[in-house]
Every structure is written in C-alpha cells, then in structure tokens.
Design a protein around this ligand. Structure first.
Ligand code: SF4
Length: 373
C-alpha cells in the first residue's frame, strides 16, 4: 500500500517565517491542477495501486474549491484503488473558508482537516504575516464541526520571538478547549530566504533562548496529556485512535507518492523530488514528463538509517522485531556503540521490544537522530 501526498504550492500571501514551497496566488489554479491530474495519470500507468492515505498539503490547499478537489480525487479514484475508509486530509487556512465550502469538501470525500492557527494573539498573528484573525479561525472551526468533520488537527507554533510564556499557554488552552482530535506543535525555526531571517540578521528579531523554548515545549506536553491527548510523536498529539494515518506512513518509512511542485516521494526503492517551481512543473507535465528534479536509489543502508531516525520520532520508538524482519539485522549490530552512548547519556531508552527516545532525549531529538544518519 502507498500513501499519496499532493502539494498545492499557493497561499493567500507568504507568511514572514515560511520556507515551504509556496507562493502568493495570482490568478487561477486551473493550469496547475491540470498538470497535477496529468501527474496522477502518469503514475497510474504503473499499475492499479492501493492507497492507504491521501494528504493535500501546501501551501494552502483550501484555496482550491470543493469542485477542484473533487476533480483531483476523481482522477485518483480512476487510477488507484481507494478503499472507503481511507483517511483523506486537506490542509486549510482559516481565511476564505465558509460553511458552504467546508460542507463541499466533506461531500467530495475529505474526512480530515488540518487547520493552521499558529497562535491566538492577534498581534502575534500579524507579526507572523498570517492572513487571518482568531475570529476567522473560530468561525472556521465551528463551520467545520457543522459540516460534519469529526477529525480535525490544529497547528500551533511555539518559541515565537515576541510570544510570552503566558501567551503560549493561552494559545494552547484555547485549542484544548475546542478539543480537536489532533494537535501539532512546531517550534519556530528561522530559515534562510525568509523575512524572519532578514530581520534576525538585522537585529530586529530576537530568537527564543533554548531554555525558554524547552520550557514552552515541556509545559505543552504535560498540559495536553492532562487533557487526554496521547503524545505519540515529537510534535504531535492525538485523542485515542486519532493519530494521523498519513504521517505514520512517513514515520514508519513506508512508501508514498509525492505529487505536485516540490513534493518528494518514496516509491519502488527510489526517493523522488519534483521540481519546485510551479511553472516548470506545469511545463514538464504539459509534455507528459514526470517532473522530477531528482531521483535516487534508496540503498538498504539509507533505508535502515531513515527507518531508525524517522521511527524514533514516534514516542513508542522503533520496534526491534519490525527492524529485524524488514532488514534481516538488528539495529544493535549496526549502531551498537552509538546506542550504548546515547543510553549512557540518558537520551535513549531500550526495552526487550523497542528503542525509544527518553524524556530527556525528546527535546534533543534532532541531535539524537544524527547518530543514525
Ligand atoms: S500559510 Fe503556511 S505554507 Fe502558506 S505561507 Fe503561511 S506558513 Fe507558508
């Protein structure tokens, strides 16, 4: 089985901190969506494969109308086997949503929404360049409920430069009060080629100290656990049975198609990376060419390494039995010394069945993962 990621690289405007492959939308999505359907068609020629999840990410996929999403999904269903209970997620931003639009998404088969809120304080939303208010989000969330969405994720960002600890607590309390089935918390990273990076270099923006960031993260974990959420991945929390099935495909290092400009995929032992530029993407597909910028073989060594560091993102950790079955070797035979060192430092925990990040290792996850790269 395969997951399918579909990238919509357009947004209302560019947020000041964003380094995703996204561009302010000028004009219509028509040509892009035609190219996308052509890409689906080309992948469909490899066989009638079964999909385990579909994820519209971005960018802002909710810039597509329900009718446009319907056409894309119709093409997918024509060329792939999509069981009735497949999780189909659409990332949405609060601006531009309405009860009618959300009902439309539900009608065409979207059964999970992921809404980007990021913060609740209006001044902070403005300072991030977000094109919506808290009121926009509040209405969107109510409409999503009215439209029948039972599975909703809300995204928040912490360690924002001008966000006090109390403001962070308020954001999280506000979201927990709504009781969405899933919450994702990301720490702000200041990436090159963003306005935040420019302001940071000019001394106009101060990054949070590591201690402050850690304090916000640790408080959030305890708070959400107290509200009944399972902390199941470094950045993700879910109510019982509501883990993000599509994202689990990545964390279990399973196969998925990556469609759309800049999307990456993992199919038939290869990583694929599409061209980032939407115009280039459209031009290639108009010539019936799969729009790869890069594709490379995933050797057994690379796959083992990826399976370890992606799997360690999950709080349950990496199953030793799964690893042995998949690769015919134990992780201890490959990284015995590294694992011993990390356990000695208290960053990793071992049991008879799993290797996992410890509570101490959790905030240092990226450093821990480096040992397996
Ligand atoms: S809405 Fe998301 S993808 Fe679009 S610019 Fe803002 S952060 Fe980036």
């Amino acid at each position: 089985m395969f997951g399918m990621y579909i990238h919509i690289p357009y947004c209302t405007r560019k947020c000041y901190y964003c380094d995703f492959n996204s561009y302010a939308l000028k004009g219509s999505l028509k040509e892009y969506l035609e190219a996308l359907k052509r890409e689906i068609y080309l992948y469909g020629q490899f066989g009638f494969r079964e999909l385990s999840s579909i994820y519209f990410g971005g960018g802002t996929p909710s810039l597509c109308s329900p009718e446009e999403i319907r056409e894309v999904l119709e093409k997918v269903r024509e060329l792939f086997f999509v069981p009735d209970d497949v999780e189909i997620t659409l990332e949405a931003n609060p601006e531009g949503l309405s009860l009618e639009r959300l009902s439309g998404y539900r009608d065409v088969g979207i059964n999970r929404l992921s809404i980007g809120l990021q913060a609740t304080d209006e001044e902070i939303l403005k300072s991030l360049g977000r094109p919506h208010s808290l009121e926009d989000f509040s209405l969107a969330y109510q409409w999503a409920n009215q439209a029948g969405f039972e599975n909703i994720n809300v995204d928040l960002i912490f360690a924002l430069p001008n966000q006090s600890f109390i403001q962070w607590q308020e954001s999280l309390k506000y979201v927990a009060e709504l009781a969405p089935t899933h919450v994702s918390l990301y720490n702000l990273e200041i990436h090159p080629d963003t306005l935040f990076h420019k302001w940071f270099n000019q001394g106009k923006l101060r990054a949070k100290e590591d201690e402050e960031e850690l304090e916000q993260y640790v408080w959030a974990i305890e708070y959400l656990q107290g509200k009944g959420y399972q902390h199941y991945e470094v950045s993700n929390f879910a109510l019982l049975g509501r883990q993000a099935k599509h994202n689990l495909v990545y964390w279990h290092n399973q196969h998925y198609f990556g469609l759309g400009a800049g999307a990456s995929g993992f199919i038939s032992g290869e990583r694929t990376l599409n061209v980032r530029n939407p115009e280039e993407y459209i031009t290639l597909l108009q010539q019936n060419i799969l729009p790869y910028a890069e594709r490379f073989e995933v050797t057994k060594e690379i796959e083992m390494s990826e399976t370890m560091f992606m799997g360690l993102r999950l709080l349950e950790g990496v199953s030793l039995e799964m690893f042995q079955k998949r690769f015919g070797i134990s992780p201890y035979s490959i990284w015995g010394q590294e694992i011993e060192d990390l356990v000695a430092k208290g960053y990793l925990e071992t049991s008879n069945t799993h290797l996992r990040l410890s509570r101490k290792g959790l905030p240092l996850a990226n450093q821990v993962f480096m040992a397996f790269v």
